[in-house]
Design a protein around this ligand. Structure first.
Ligand code: ATP
Ligand code: MG
Ligand code: FE
Length: 344
């Protein structure tokens, strides 16, 4: 079947088209530059940008795939979680196209889509798998028993998301928003063990209560204090070393807990998803550490890690193949959709 996916949960307007596990089109329009000067996504600006971009992006995806709306078998759309106004644009568009062309519509979970997108690169996901979902708004470890019907959260951040930490640290280093890509870049010229930043929730007493949880706000504060101390002393801030040491602290904790989860559950597949999975150090460290235990790491190419329409189409395709019933045409957008709900 030919599945079209629409994504508008944050600042990317994405329309993807897949056939089975084959990606045919992945059209994206981003309003990120309009938000950059505010240091974060401005919801009202994002909604307006989606409204302007949704129809042209839809056209571009259909053109790129060389198909028409009539050829599409089902439309999947991000129903949550995300910015309420932004989600509404995508959900309304999906309903409009579905009604006009008489197609079934699937309202899907954006976070499950971040996991499902890997199937476009590496084929069906072996189940059970452990998923490390690390994005701008979320950081979770999930047991994926059945991606079509539900996932089991094993742990999550108790404060900032990993991507949020990258964005905040970038800001205090004077790097542009979003902060992940420039920190990744700066870190290449730095030394990862230059500064011993803290590894949140890894002390024995924390592990007892928070074995698979994360905490990044203490790390962010430690980086801020370290930078302030340098500035007070009138010394230059070694941005590459701070970036590399911060990035190492994040990736160390993420990979060690993800592998501990695999070993705890006897699972030999670890899939990475979400914008932070684009991080070059995270990808290498996960591979290296997993290899020691015979765990296979699956991570999609960086462009598929950040928000896009292809991931929504990938999850839609998986749901259709699994025989999951479509959503009602009056499906709601749910800005706080829980991780455990894959489709509504
Ligand atoms: P959510 O998926 O939780 O709703 P989101 O959709 O805003 O949040 P994504 O687009 O999945 O998040 O990811 C964006 C985040 O990924 C940003 O915080 C960004 O800094 C981070 N990111 C992108 N590329 C990299 C990278 N190379 N290294 C580290 N972080 C990165
Ligand atoms: Mg974005
Ligand atoms: Fe996302």
């Amino acid at each position: 079947p030919l599945i079209l996916g629409i994504e508008t949960s944050c600042d990317e307007t994405g329309v993807g088209i897949v056939r089975g596990h084959t990606l045919l089109a992945d059209a994206i329009a981003s309003s990120v530059e309009e938000h950059a000067r505010f240091g974060g996504v401005v919801p009202e600006v994002a909604s307006r940008a989606h409204l302007e971009a949704i129809v042209p992006t839809m056209r571009r995806a259909l053109d790129d795939a060389g198909v028409t709306l009539a050829d599409i078998d089902a439309i999947a759309v991000t129903a949550g979680p995300g910015l309420a106004g932004a989600l509404l644009v995508g959900v309304a568009a999906a309903k409009g196209y579905a009604l006009a062309a008489d197609k079934p519509v699937y309202g899907v979970n954006h976070l499950a889509a971040h996991v499902a997108v890997d199937t476009l690169e590496h084929g069906p996901l072996p189940e059970p798998a452990i998923a490390l979902l690390v994005s701008g708004g979320h950081s979770s470890l999930l047991l994926v028993d059945n991606l079509a019907t539900g996932v089991t959260p094993l742990g999550a951040t108790i404060d900032d998301a990993a991507g949020e930490a990258f964005d905040k640290v970038a800001r205090l280093l004077g790097l542009p928003f979003p902060g992940g890509p420039p920190i990744d870049r700066e870190a290449r010229a730095g030394t990862a063990d230059a500064i011993p930043f803290p590894r949140g929730l890894t002390a024995p007493k924390d592990l007892a209560a928070h074995r698979f949880d994360f905490s990044f706000s203490g790390l962010k504060t430690a980086v801020a204090r370290w930078v302030e101390a340098k500035q007070r002393a009138g010394e230059p801030v070694p941005v590459p070393d701070v970036a590399a040491s911060f990035q190492e602290a994040v990736c160390d904790v993420l990979t060690s807990k993800a592998i501990a989860a695999c070993r705890d559950r006897g699972v030999d597949t670890l899939v990475l998803g979400g914008g932070v999975a684009a991080n070059s150090r995270l990808r290498v460290l996960a591979e290296q550490r997993a290899a020691k235990y015979g765990i296979r790491v699956r991570v999609p190419r960086p462009k598929l890690c950040t928000d896009n329409g292809a991931m929504v189409a990938a999850l839609g395709s998986h749901l259709v193949a699994a025989g999951v019933a479509p959503s009602r045409l009056d499906l709601p957008a749910d800005s706080a959709m829980p991780l455990t709900i894959v489709s509504v």
